[in-house]
Design a binder for this molecule. Structure first.
Ligand code: ADP
Ligand code: MG
Length: 237
């Protein structure tokens, strides 16, 4: 479904933040990219979402290189959902408005339809009573659920999460993990995190990412029980 081919991204002179990375994600897969802070995980995800343009390499989405000049980037972006560490909700919008804003303005969905979708998602995520609340009135875990609802409201083909539980307490983290586990049934998901344990709990496949490079990419159980690369072994033990 999405293929990262030899992608590099430099912000300036010196070592690139992403250095010749390769990754292949099939439809329906649930993939974690695990690595230390500063290793380039967010940069990689921002390239996948075309929030950053790779310096070199290709990103093939259903066989089309989305980094090529004639690709309609906003259209591509409307097919991908993005969830961030710090939720990135609009503070002056209610929960409902946060969720319906993009469907109405980007996807040109009618207001009635957008509200109906949002109500359904809020019910699924246990937030029906929060539609009129503002983000500051919610806990971190609730805000993250709203941001997941916002991503799902665009009916994305693929979801990208950047450190989705790093700002959360342990209980909220487990709830969000349960929710991500639910998403596994219906979505293709790529999650970047420094949280190795989380990958062992829910990922089908895990990529170990070290200073800009995908060192090893394997089914999660294989990666953690029989790492092929010495660098992976050193990292996980
Ligand atoms: P991670 O998400 O794994 O912590 P990042 O992708 O945020 O890593 O950062 C990788 C490297 O790229 C870091 O050295 C960081 O300082 C640098 N970097 C990230 N974003 C930018 C930017 N917008 N401009 C310049 N350097 C950046
Ligand atoms: Mg990051």
């Amino acid at each position: 479904m999405i293929d990262l081919i030899d992608v590099s991204k430099s912000y300036g002179p010196g070592l690139p933040a992403v250095n010749h990375a390769n990754l292949h994600v099939d439809k329906g897969e649930f993939v974690f990219i695990v690595g230390n802070s500063g290793s380039g995980k967010s940069t990689l995800l921002r390239c996948l979402n075309m929030l950053e343009t790779p310096s070199t390499g290709e990103i093939n989405y259903h066989g089309t290189d989305i980094t090529s000049k004639n690709v309609n980037v906003p259209e591509y972006r409307s097919k991908v959902g993005m969830v961030f560490q710090n939720f990135n909700l609009f503070p002056h919008y209610t929960v409902m408005k946060n969720i319906i804003d993009a469907p109405i303005h980007v996807d040109k969905v009618s207001r009635t339809e957008a509200v109906a979708r949002a109500e359904k998602l809020l019910a699924q995520l246990g937030l029906s009573d929060k539609a009129d609340a503002y983000p500051y009135q919610l806990s971190g875990g609730q805000q993250q659920r709203v941001s997941i609802a916002r991503a799902l409201a665009l009916q994305p083909r693929i979801l990208f999460f950047d450190e989705p539980t790093s700002a959360l307490d342990p209980i909220s983290t487990l709830k969000i993990e349960d929710l991500m586990g639910e998403l596994k049934k219906n979505y293709t998901v790529v999650i970047v995190t420094h949280n190795m344990q989380q990958a062992t709990r829910i990922a089908d496949y895990t990529a170990f990412f070290l200073v800009g490079e995908v060192v090893e990419y394997a089914p999660t159980t294989d990666l953690f029980s029989h790492p092929r690369e010495k660098k992976t072994e050193d990292y996980i033990t």
